[in-house]
Ligand binder design. Structure first.
Ligand code: PXL
Length: 265
């Protein structure tokens, strides 16, 4: 079966994050990629220089163009920039039936630059959490969604994942990369139970776009998997390979991208 995957996200003209990363991950994982832009981001491996938000009515026009014509089997949502865009995307998700929707709860770029207006967190909580299939918060994002302190241990990670489930999420992948441990454990929390996933930290500084890549990989892989645990296992293995090969790329002078096509070249 052919998989058509859609990303709804911001851009990275340097090619390592956002829509560009998502389309590379979709392609590497044998899904056809479609994309709807929420913001044009002037950024590179050194940081974000400027953000140009797309008019919500034009985000809506793009969504209709794709969804009125192309069968979308799975989707990933990344940077949403502001609450009006959150509402626009939620309206489209309610109108069209997409079997799997992964929401990467993007708030701040690795450089520290904001990618979401603070007041939009409430719109995400109210409109998107109840209708998407999986959310993939890191620890600061989970804390912002819950309005609580950032988890400092795996036990607190698990508790916060369960609190997000209680808020109406169908499944939560809590990413433990911000824990100060040599492993970076992730916890998948679903109504069926909780599962721990670990991977050794990869010794590279080139981690630009890892969050985007993981959520895109989850969306691309889920239709061919039986359940989320299987998709998380496969997506993490793909990202691990892309991180291990990141140093072989020659992109920019800052935090470089991961190598999406490490299986080929
Ligand atoms: O990974 C967060 C993220 C999402 N979307 C865009 C980004 C980034 C991080 O750099 O640039 C467009």
């Amino acid at each position: 079966m052919r998989i058509n995957a859609l990303t709804i996200a911001g851009t990275d003209p340097s090619g390592g994050a956002g829509i560009q990363a998502d389309l590379k991950a979709f392609s590497a994982l044998e899904a056809y990629g479609a994309s709807v832009m929420t913001a044009l981001v002037a950024q590179n491996t050194r940081g974000v220089q400027s953000v140009y938000r797309i008019e919500p009515s034009f985000v809506s026009a793009q969504l209709s163009s794709v969804l009125d014509d192309v069968r979308i089997d799975t989707a990933k949502i990344g940077m949403l920039a502001e609450s009006d865009i959150v509402h626009t995307v939620a309206d489209a998700l309610e109108r069209y039936d997409i079997p799997f929707v992964v929401l990467d709860t993007v708030m701040v770029a690795k450089s520290g630059d904001p990618l979401l207006a603070p007041e939009a967190v409430e719109a995400i909580r109210r409109r998107l959490l109840p209708i998407v299939s999986l959310i993939t918060p890191n620890l600061p994002e989970a804390a912002a969604l819950l309005e609580c302190a950032q988890a400092a241990s795996e036990r607190e990670m698990l508790e916060q994942g369960e609190a997000l489930l209680a808020m109406g999420c169908k499944a939560v992948l809590m990413k433990g990369g911000h824990l100060s441990e040599s492993e970076s454990p992730d916890w998948l929390i679903t109504p069926q139970g909780s599962q721990r996933f670990t991977a050794p930290r990869v010794a590279t500084r080139h981690t630009h776009g890892t969050g985007c890549t993981l959520s895109a990989a989850l969306a691309a892989l889920r239709p061919r998997c039986d359940d989320w645990p299987q998709a998380v296992e496969a997506a993490k293995a793909y990202l691990q390979g892309a991180l291990v090969a990141a140093d072989s790329l020659e992109v920019g002078g800052g935090i470089g991208p991961v190598h999406h096509f490490y299986r080929w070249w």
